[in-house]
Design a protein around this ligand. Structure first.
Ligand code: P6P
Length: 332
């Protein structure tokens, strides 16, 4: 049998972590369980017309919840049941969520999560995703978790990853020793290793940015976008614009094929739109672990000291040479 399931892989890699006595392994397992449940719900999404729209009562007399609420509740349930996590910060909740499971208070980890990023794309059947970060708690085991537990910079991460609910459901994560991708095989209900040791190409042909905001971009970004569209076969231009409006899907494509993802400051979002804790830090960790770069344009994203849970930062992330080319224009 040539498959390696997520569970088998986690156990095989457990010896990479002297400090972990299995807790991180169990935590990654819990994330996998939540992802499988959300994958089932996402794949049913098109049927809400039959099952009833959000806010309505469906034929079974149940309240129909928005999928991102279902996603959030699923992770809270899985992490409380697992007992390894004492607190969670979620893109869906204003404040930190102390977990109330029987063993949560002794949990040694905290999670920051966007349970369903890009959820506005669900009703048009575009890929969406879950993005998560795992930190060790700072407060003592057995005590009430604090905001400081969840407001940690990316350079303190224990692990991070994402799930992309697309043509197939994939879980991609790193514990700081490279990036590995697992594809869900619904016939056995297991994530199976499909993309071992992902390395992102140093160069690519794709740039991802919402050019609808072009009138508000900083000059350096405008100059880069002018350059990238000029024809010059010697520097393989013009490149291709690919932007789905779902970060996980745009990021995943660029991670595998090469590319640069840019969300710069705009008049509407002077610090960019994407959230540091729930989108930029975890995706930057994956990008760097795969050999890429991720910056706010000024500093490495993983070195940004978070000031508040829903803080936003600009981001330029992906293939090393492409990010450096954008920085060249930004720093002119
Ligand atoms: P815009 C989805 O709402 C999201 O947070 C990311 O998944 C996505 O990359 C970005 O916003 C899209 O934002 O302003 O281009 O529609």
């Amino acid at each position: 049998m040539s498959i390696t399931t997520l569970g088998q892989f986690i156990i095989e890699k457990q010896q990479d972590f002297s400090f972990a006595k299995g807790e991180l392994s169990r935590l990654l397992r819990d994330i996998g369980i939540a992802a499988k449940i959300i994958s089932r719900e996402v794949n049913k999404a098109g049927l809400t017309q039959i099952l009833g729209e959000y806010g309505s009562v469906n034929v079974q007399g149940e309240d129909v919840k928005k999928l991102d609420i279902i996603g959030n509740e699923t992770f809270i349930w899985a992490l409380e049941k697992g007992g390894e996590v004492c607190a969670m910060a979620s893109e869906e909740n204003d404040d930190m969520i102390p977990l109330m499971g029987a063993y949560s208070k002794n949990g040694r980890y905290v999670i920051c999560i966007d349970p369903l990023d890009g959820s506005s794309n669900i009703d048009v059947n575009v890929s969406i995703g879950t993005i998560f970060s795992i930190y060790r708690r700072i407060s003592d085991q057995g005590t009430a978790p604090t905001l400081a537990d969840v407001l940690q910079p990316g350079n303190q991460l224990v692990a991070a990853g994402y799930v992309v609910y697309g043509t197939s459901t994939m879980l991609v994560y790193s514990t700081g020793k490279g990036v590995n991708g697992f594809t869900l095989d619904p016939s056995i209900g297991e994530f199976c290793l499909s993309h071992p040791d992902i390395i992102t190409p140093e160069d690519g042909k794709v740039y991802s940015i919402n050019e609808g905001n072009a009138g508000e971009f900083p000059q350096g970004i405008s100059d880069y976008l002018k350059w990238v569209k000029e024809t010059d076969k010697a520097t393989s231009r013009p490149y291709s614009a690919r932007y789905i409006g779902s970060m996980v899907a745009d990021f995943h494509r660029n991670l595998l094929k090469g590319g640069v993802f840019i969300y710069p400051p705009t008049a509407k979002s002077p610090n960019g739109k994407l959230r540091l804790m729930f989108e930029c830090i975890p995706m930057s960790f994956i990008a760097e672990q795969a050999g890429g770069i991720s910056t706010t344009g000024k500093v490495r994203v993983l070195d940004v000291e978070p000031m508040e849970i829903h803080q936003r930062v600009p981001v330029v992330m992906g293939s090393k040479n492409m990010v450096n080319k954008v920085l060249e224009f930004m720093n002119k």
